[in-house]
Ligand binder design. Structure first.
Ligand code: 6PG
Length: 258
């Protein structure tokens, strides 16, 4: 049976407001981590939704840039497409163009998944990079930012793919037949160890799947986002009104999932 979790979902009218809420969460999680442990380790997802949040964090005229402890931040990726970092499909490329190229985050603190390599090699190298940064014991990210596909996937944990069954590795190569491609992804147990785990989801096209994931039957092979049940017992969803349309309280609320 899945771990019970208390879901808090916050809803804003527009995607820009959601991005601001996500940027605020990024800043607060980073500062809490630095105050507590002297370092912040955050894993971010790719796709399109996080772009505006990244741009806000990099915008020196906004209220976030100056509050991010860039010198004490280590940025990791939740997943990556198996393409070079120069490819338009690359999550690293998107993140670099939107934020990394504009902020004083030292290169040694940007931990890129090497999508240009053989997927298995890239996965094992990334696992080693995580262990090198975190040291002994289970790595615990201070914040894991996730998206959700309209098929219920998160990270590169796609429905009915092998990565859903990976319990021991931190990182795996995952063949995704429905996209005829390979991906590199964090596994769901390492995501669930995150101190703070949050989904960033926008658009009417996600409303049905979000309702199915949060309110429907537990069927994680078909809806891998249901595997995300943090050990902290807390899970946050940052949503726009369009994505939240099927949820009980359209302006935000909590759901206790057994
Ligand atoms: C990726 C992401 C993936 C993403 C969802 C949602 O590599 O694509 O990590 O898990 O978060 O597919 O993508 P959008 O934000 O583009 O809807």
């Amino acid at each position: 049976m899945p771990r019970p979790v208390s879901v808090t979902y916050r809803v804003w009218a527009t995607p820009v407001e959601v991005a601001a809420g996500a940027a605020e969460l990024f800043v607060s999680a980073a500062n809490e981590a630095v105050e507590a442990r002297g370092v912040a380790r955050i894993a971010v997802s790719g796709g399109s939704t996080p772009k505006v949040m990244f741009a806000l964090l990099a915008d020196k005229s906004a209220t976030y840039f100056a509050r991010v402890p860039w010198d004490k931040l280590h940025l990791f990726f939740v997943d990556e497409r198996c393409v070079p970092p120069t490819d338009d499909e690359s999550n690293y490329k998107m993140t670099s163009e939107a934020m990394l190229s504009k902020v004083p985050l030292p290169a040694a603190q940007i931990h890129r998944m090497e999508g240009e390599l053989d997927p298995e090699v890239a996965a094992s190298r990334y696992e080693a990079a995580i262990r090198a940064e975190f040291g002994p014991g289970h790595p615990v990210f201070d914040l894991v930012l996730l998206g959700m596909g309209d098929d219920g996937h998160t990270a590169s944990l796609f429905p009915h793919t092998q990565a859903l069954f990976a319990m021991v590795p931190l990182v795996v190569a995952n063949h995704v037949p429905q996209k005829e491609t390979w991906r590199i992804t964090l596994t769901w147990p390492v995501i669930n160890r995150g101190r703070e785990v949050a989904f960033l989801i926008e658009g009417a096209g996600k409303a049905q799947v979000l309702g199915d994931v949060l309110l429907g039957a537990y069927d994680p092979e078909a809806k891998p986002s249901q595997l995300i049940r943090p050990e902290s017992g807390k899970l946050t969803f940052l949503l726009d009104a369009a994505a939240a349309a099927k949820l009980p309280q359209p302006t935000g609320g909590t759901l206790d999932l057994a």
